[in-house]
Design a protein around this ligand. Structure first.
Ligand code: UDX
Length: 449
């Protein structure tokens, strides 16, 4: 246990990706934590120390926290009773057929939490929500449980780095009632400082603000990251038109520390469970607020991103002598990014499916995501290794830059394929090494040699 921590009793409502990592991390900080998860199978799996998704370092953390006796899981909201702080960590997916966020889970979780909530306790929202949600939920809490309060504390964790990002975040953001026009006896800042004592003691920057700003920090950050990626991908389109090289361009502008090199990797663009849906929900909310013009650029960010997927398919067709029919294509990578088994809005699978629909014989491989691919994309042929995927291939596509694919030996790997042609969808391969081994190398935004 951390010496800075005064142990509190905490509940974490919703034990998906965010909630499960948050619950185990809070136990690691020394608190007594109960994770509430409506999916009984998921709660049982977590309680047994089995992680239902792939996240480096998480299983060890989960087991350590369970072994300490400070972490438990339950499917019964009554077990959250008596906790000083209740974190709401449920998902806010995109609404079917619309851009807006679906708040069903946040609303249902808050409503059932209110049934067990006591005076003096603090509800802390961590889910990504449209601005205005916290104020509305705070009113419900105050009306039903006088003396209880609500704060908003967005989470910025990246998949693949979830444990590190939760225990060592870049910053803490607290949206507190006292700055949001709400009158409560609970000092939310003090309570959150007690929860995060070790993180605060590490000198982590902290921004204490009103609800609306706290909610917007998350969507603004994700919009900025998406814009940065689409900016460099727009430059890639221009590089393709001019013969310039986007990788060198990114390196050169990235040396300017006002710009920075991070998130300037051109390629297939962004996917996953956050950036695409968050920028769309942000646009939808701006429209409701009559401020849609402020975010029309995000529509273009989304368009640029989607065009990269189409361009990749075109490039594959080009190198396959202008016809995909019957061509054997090896797809390396299915997850939306490396070190994750998440395939939500995966650019790699989008490209694989388009190629397949256009008559190619596609074989997909991925070190972690194949069980999810088999479950959700049964029409795709999955194989366990890059070598199997590449057998007899007319072209190899690198679509998720897993380390093991970046480190493939182009010489021996070349023995598997019919023709040594590689499309680097992530600008991640050592171009020279592949070309010296006799491969024709093509990539988005890169000059042809
Ligand atoms: C993101 C945010 O980074 C995180 O702060 C927030 O809490 C949730 O959303 P995540 O979805 O895990 O996290 O992935 P991230 O590492 O941000 O990558 C998003 C996508 O952008 C991936 O598909 C990745 O491949 C792509 N990407 C990233 C690029 O195409 N180029 C880059 O330079 C960086």
């Amino acid at each position: 246990m951390s010496e800075n921590t005064t142990p509190l009793k905490l509940s974490v409502i919703g034990c998906g990706y965010l909630g499960a990592v948050h619950a185990a991390s809070m136990a690691e900080l020394g608190h007594e934590v109960v994770g509430i998860e409506v999916d009984v199978a998921k709660a049982e799996s977590l309680a047994a120390g089995r992680v239902p998704f792939f996240e480096p370092g998480f299983e060890e953390l989960l087991r350590r926290s369970l072994d300490s006796g400070r972490l438990s899981f339950s499917s019964d909201m009554a077990d959250a009773r008596g906790a000083a702080v209740h974190f709401v960590c449920v998902g806010t997916p995109q609404r079917r057929g619309e851009y807006a966020a679906d708040l069903t889970y946040v609303e249902a979780a808050t409503a059932s939490l209110i049934e067990v909530l006591g005076p003096g306790e603090l509800v802390v929202g961590k889910s990504t929500v449209p601005v205005g949600t916290a104020a509305r939920l705070a009113e419900q809490v105050a009306a039903r449980v006088p003396g209880a309060a609500l704060a908003w504390n967005p989470e910025f964790l990246r998949e693949g780095y979830a444990v590190q990002d939760t225990l060592h975040p870049d910053r803490l953001v607290y949206g507190v009632p006292s700055l949001s026009g709400a009158d409560t006896a609970v000092d939310a800042e003090k309570v959150l400082d007690t929860v995060y004592a070790r993180i605060v003691a590490d000198g982590t920057p902290k921004v204490v603000t009103d609800y609306a700003t706290a909610e917007m920090v998350k969507t603004a950050a994700n919009s900025f990251l998406a814009t940065k990626i689409s900016f460099i991908n727009a430059m890639a389109e221009l590089c393709e038109a001019t013969g310039a090289d986007v990788k060198q361009l990114a390196d050169a502008i990235g040396h300017d520390d006002r710009i920075g090199r991070k998130f300037l990797n051109a390629g297939l663009g962004f996917g996953g469970g956050c950036l695409p849906k968050d920028i769309r929900a942000f646009m939808a909310r701006a429209g409701e607020l009559g401020a849609d013009q402020a975010l029309t650029f995000l529509r273009e960010v989304d368009n640029i991103n989607m065009r990269r997927r189409i361009r990749m398919v075109e490039l594959a067709r080009q190198v396959c002598d202008d016809s995909l029919l019957g061509k054997r294509i090896a797809v390396l990578g299915a997850a939306f990014k490396p070190d994750s088994d998440d395939i939500r809005d995966s650019p790699a699978l989008n490209v694989a499916a388009q190629l397949q629909l256009q008559g190619a014989n596609v074989r997909v491989t991925d070190p972690q995501a194949l069980p999810n691919v088999r479950r959700h994309w049964s029409q795709l042929d999955c194989v366990d290794t890059p070598e199997e995927a590449a057998e007899g291939a007319d072209v190899v596509l690198l679509l998720t830059e897993w380390k093991q694919y970046r480190e493939l030996d182009p010489g021996s790997f070349g023995k598997m394929v019919k023709t040594r042609r590689v499309l680097d969808g992530r600008n991640a391969l050592d171009r020279e090494a592949w070309e010296s081994a006799g491969w024709t190398y093509r990539a988005l935004g890169r000059r042809n040699v």
